[in-house]
Design a protein around this ligand. Structure first.
Ligand code: GLY
Length: 378
C-alpha cells in the first residue's frame, strides 16, 4: 500500500471509525476535534440501529444503506471489541413500535403497510401480544409493530472502544483543537491550517457533524448542506419491577413528540427525543422534557417511580434530504462523511468501511455512490 497521510476533521464515531480503518491499513491518520473527542452527537445519541423502525417509503436509498450497515454490524462489533478489549453492549432484542390510542393504531397500520410494501421483516401484534414480549408496557397499548431485527448498541461505549482501537494502530487525536481552514490550492486539498500552523495531508476528510458547514476554506458552492437538529434526551435508572429488554418507540398521532425508550445493559433507560430546529441551542426546555416524560409514562407507566439520572440535548447533523453526504467532492483529495442526521450510529460501519476503501483505492463503491455531494449540485 502507498503510505498516505490523512487528516480527519471531526472525532465523532464517523471520524473515529474511518480513522480506525485507515490507521489499521497503515495510513498515518490525525483527527482534529473542536472540543472533547466523541462528546457531541455520538455521545448524545441513543444507539438505536433501526432502519426498519425509522423507514420512510420516500427514502428507499437511505433505507437500503441502513439495512446494509446493520448487516455489517455484528462483524464490526466483533472486530472492534476484539481490538479494544471491551464490550460495546450490542443487543439484539428488537424493537416494538406501539400505539396508545385509536388514532395511533391508524398511523401504526399505515407505517406497517409501508414497511410491508418495502418487504421488511415486521410483524403486527395486538396490545396483549406486545405485553407478552414486554410486560412493563401499558394496558393502553392497542397494537404494535415488532421489528425483530432493529437492534441497539451503547454509543458511548462505542466511542471509547473506537478511540482505543484507533490509537492502538497509531492514530493521532487532537481534541479541543480548532481547524481554522481547509487549505485548497488549484482545486486540490493540500491540508489544513490549525492554531499550530499548516498541516499537510494527501487526503482531508470532513466528518464534523453539524459543524461541517462552518469550516472555512471550502468554496461556498460545495459547503455541505448540514445543519444542527436539536434532540432533548434523558436517562432513567431502571429498578426492580421495571425490566425492559426491547427498544420501545411510540407513535403518537396527536402529540408533537413520539418517544423511544432504550434499555441499557447497565440499567439505564434512555428516553428520547425531541426534534427541534433551534440552531446551535442546546438548552433543555420544560416543554421538551415534559413531552418526553409524558410519552415514556404513557407507554410504560412504571417509569413514574424511576429516578432521573441525566438530562441532555444533542445536535444531529441534518442534511437537506436526511441522508448522509459521503464520498468525493469537486475538490480533489477532499472527502465528505457527514450529515448522518438520525442514523449516525447505525451508519457508522458502512461509512467507515466504504470511505476508508475510497481513500485507499480512489474508487467510489456502488454503495455510497448515491450519497455523494453532487446530488445537491445538479
Ligand atoms: N435516531 C434517534 C434520534 O435521532 O433521535
Amino acid at each position: 500500500m502507498t503510505y498516505k497521510k490523512i487528516i480527519i476533521i471531526g472525532g465523532g464515531v464517523i471520524g473515529l471509525g474511518i480513522g480506525w480503518q485507515l490507521a489499521k491499513a497503515g495510513a498515518a491518520v490525525t483527527i482534529y476535534d473542536r472540543s472533547e473527542v466523541g462528546r457531541a452527537a455520538s455521545w448524545a445519541a441513543a444507539g438505536m440501529l433501526a432502519p426498519l423502525a425509522e423507514a420512510h417509503s420516500e427514502e428507499p436509498e437511505l433505507l437500503k444503506l441502513g439495512c446494509q450497515s446493520l448487516e455489517r454490524y455484528s462483524q464490526w462489533v466483533a472486530e472492534l471489541e476484539a481490538e479494544a478489549q471491551m464490550s460495546v453492549s450490542y443487543r439484539d432484542e428488537g424493537t416494538l413500535i406501539v400505539g396508545l390510542a385509536p388514532d395511533d393504531t391508524h398511523q401504526l397500520r399505515h407505517l406497517y403497510e409501508a414497511q410491508r410494501n418495502l418487504r421488511l421483516d415486521v410483524n403486527w401484534l395486538t396490545g396483549r401480544e406486545a405485553r407478552d414480549i414486554e410486560s412493563a408496557l401499558s394496558p393502553r397499548v392497542t397494537a404494535a409493530i415488532h421489528c425483530a431485527s432493529d437492534y441497539q448498541v451503547d454509543n458511548r461505549l462505542m466511542v471509547t472502544a473506537l478511540q482505543r482501537a484507533y490509537q492502538q494502530h497509531g492514530g493521532a487525536l487532537h481534541g479541543n483543537s480548532t481547524v481554522e481552514r481547509v487549505v485548497i490550492e488549484n482545486g486540490i486539498a493540500m491540508g489544513i491550517q490549525t492554531q499550530d500552523g499548516f498541516q499537510n495531508a494527501d487526503t482531508v476528510i470532513l466528518s464534523a457533524g453539524c459543524w461541517s458547514a462552518q469550516i472555512a476554506g471550502i468554496p461556498d458552492a460545495i459547503v455541505p448542506p448540514v445543519r444542527p437538529v436539536k434532540g432533548q434526551m434523558l436517562a432513567l435508572q431502571m429498578e426492580e419491577g421495571i425490566a425492559i429488554n426491547s427498544v420501545i418507540r411510540t407513535v403518537r398521532a396527536r402529540y408533537p413528540t413520539s418517544v423511544y425508550l432504550v434499555p441499557r445493559t447497565d440499567g439505564r433507560l434512555i428516553v428520547g427525543a425531541t426534534i427541534e430546529e433551534m440552531g446551535f441551542d442546546t438548552r433543555l426546555t420544560v416543554g421538551g422534557v415534559f413531552e418526553l416524560l409524558r410519552g415514556a409514562w404513557e407507554a410504560v407507566p412504571g417509569v413514574y417511580e424511576l429516578p432521573i439520572l441525566e438530562t441532555w440535548a444533542g445536535l444531529r447533523p441534518g442534511s437537506r434530504d436526511n441522508a448522509p453526504i459521503l464520498g468525493k467532492t469537486p475538490v480533489e483529495n477532499l472527502i465528505y462523511a457527514t450529515g448522518h442526521y438520525r442514523n449516525g450510529i447505525l451508519l457508522t460501519p458502512i461509512t467507515a468501511y466504504e470511505v476508508a476503501k475510497l481513500v485507499l483505492t480512489g474508487e467510489t463503491s456502488e454503495v455510497i455512490l448515491p450519497f455523494q455531494l453532487d446530488r445537491f449540485l445538479k
